[in-house]
Write a protein of this length. Structure first.
Lengths: 151, 153
């Protein structure tokens, strides 16, 4: 439990929460360990959990139609320690729009998306800080995408 | 004639909010018009306003050169009525893309810092607005990934 709370406190999404608020998020969370290559969730499936990387790296993948009839999987982002993925789960979306795969042995914090959503809705002051952090995180990913572009 | 309140109620960011909140937010709104080819803001510029498109189309351009504003641009999204751009101004970050008017454009401009102050002082409103914004930003990021994929390795 202590390491879950530490991982949450060190994440961009939850770093603005108080000690007591972190406890409440931690109570909805579980720590999971996966070997390299594990598919944590798949594009198009029910979005149940929001994840924070505790250790290791996770690739977020997207199916792309290269042209009609040919669909390829492409890595759109590598998620590092402290970063979140699986946002659909906390935004009230029913399905994941991307897939996530462990690039190496990983330790992740999985947070029940529905319960987290209720917690934030019931505590808007806390919800506001988490959603603001989420907007900041996503905005900053625009710059990381730019780095992958070929000039 | 659409009122500011109605326009906000039909926007991606403020839809679903109670009428009295829309009235408060409406007090921060300045309707503005721009000719075709004008820029609402440039990538890398210090943020000022967030814009909700009312008339015309706004292209979101991303530079595919290491130096912002120099070299090739690629359009990653095109916004129409009810869609928002320039949310960087609300979180106080430089604009991450350039917003270019494709047609003569009408927008509702909202000062980002003033909106942020209002949201900071009203957590319930703040939560609802930031939740919608997170939703819009996440789906916009997805469009952008699809649009830029052809250039990436």
């Amino acid at each position: 439990m202590a390491s879950i709370k530490t991982a949450l406190a060190n994440s961009a999404l939850f770093s603005k929460l108080s000690d007591e608020e972190l406890d409440r998020v931690a109570s909805l969370s579980r720590q999971e360990v996966y070997p390299e290559g594990t598919l944590l969730f798949s594009e198009g499936t029910m979005a149940s959990d929001l994840y924070i990387v505790g250790a290791g790296q996770v690739a977020v993948e997207m199916k792309l139609a290269v042209y009609a009839g040919l669909v390829q999987k492409a890595t759109v982002e590598v998620i590092l320690e402290g970063d979140a993925f699986g946002w659909s789960a906390v935004l009230g979306s029913l399905i994941y729009t991307l897939s996530a795969r462990a690039l190496e042995p990983v330790r992740v914090i999985a947070i029940d998306g529905e319960r987290l959503h209720s917690l934030l809705e019931g505590n808007p002051d806390m919800g506001y800080r988490v959603m603001t952090a989420l907007v900041e995180v996503v905005s900053s990913r625009v710059s990381s995408i730019k780095k992958t572009l070929v000039v | 004639m659409t009122t500011v309140k109605e326009a906000l109620a039909n926007s991606d960011i403020f839809k679903g909010l109670p009428d009295e909140w829309l009235v408060e937010i409406g007090e921060l709104v300045e309707p503005e018009e721009y000719p075709a080819k004008e820029y609402l803001f440039l990538e890398g510029a210090e943020p000022k306003d967030m814009y909700i498109v009312q008339v015309g189309k706004v292209a979101m351009d991303l530079s595919i050169s290491p130096i912002p504003g120099v070299g090739n641009q690629t359009t990653v999204d095109t916004l129409t009525r009810g869609q928002t751009c320039g949310w960087s101004s609300v979180v106080g970050k430089p604009y991450s893309m350039t917003a270019r008017c494709v047609d003569p454009v009408g927008v509702l401009a909202i000062n980002g810092a003033r909106l942020r102050s209002l949201l900071d002082s009203r957590p319930e409103m703040g939560y609802k607005v930031m939740e919608s914004m997170a939703w819009v930003v996440v789906s916009r990021l997805r469009n952008m990934r699809m649009a830029t994929r052809m250039f990436s390795r």
